[in-house]
Design a protein around this ligand. Structure first.
Ligand code: CUA
Length: 173
């Protein structure tokens, strides 16, 4: 129970103090979130910075027309500087290219997009799992250490053929 001397004026003062404290916390929280967005602490979901893709602006492209972008001819390529890049298109209900051939022991940047609806891009037996989003490019860098065959599975429900939507990834020596 409250001591008798805490009359209702004292309580109003306490209330005021807590109200101000709560406001300060809300401002700090939103300020922090805002500041991390501005400073780029939040990861970009629309393409990895530092990987410019021909015909793709800020990780965005026209899902109905890949002309002028590497997604027009999906597959893995070796760049002039020796780095590897792979371009994958997901569409109901398949992945392109039909077989993804990647080099073993070499870092590779994979770029994934969708030509229609949301699809998943999960490589079984790994922690690689991204979403193929129409109009956007999801990029990530990885290294496949051991040669062998892996399956890529669509793990985002995309329609009648979803359960059959998969492709092979061959890690070559
Ligand atoms: Cu594509 Cu599920």
């Amino acid at each position: 129970a409250l001591p008798a001397r805490l009359d209702h004026h004292t309580l109003e003062r306490y209330e005021g103090v807590w109200l101000v404290l709560a406001l300060i916390m809300v401002i700090l929280l939103f300020g922090g979130v805002l500041a991390s967005f501005v400073s780029g602490t939040y990861p970009s979901l629309t393409g990895e910075s530092g990987h410019h893709i021909t015909g793709v602006e800020n990780g965005r492209l026209d899902p109905r027309n890949f002309a002028g972008t590497p997604f027009a001819t999906p597959g893995v390529r070796r760049n002039a500087d020796g780095t590897y890049e792979g371009f994958v298109v997901a569409r109901a209900f398949q992945f392109e290219p039909a077989v993804l051939k990647v080099p073993a022991g070499q870092p590779i940047v994979l770029h994934v997009t969708s030509a229609d609806v949301l699809h998943g891009f999960f490589i079984e037996g790994t922690n690689i799992n991204t979403t193929a989003i129409p109009g956007q490019v999801s990029s990530f860098t990885t290294t496949f250490q051991r040669p062998g065959l892996l399956h890529v599975i669509c793990n985002e429900y995309c329609g009648a053929g979803h359960h059959n939507m998969m492709t092979r990834l061959v890690v070559e020596v």
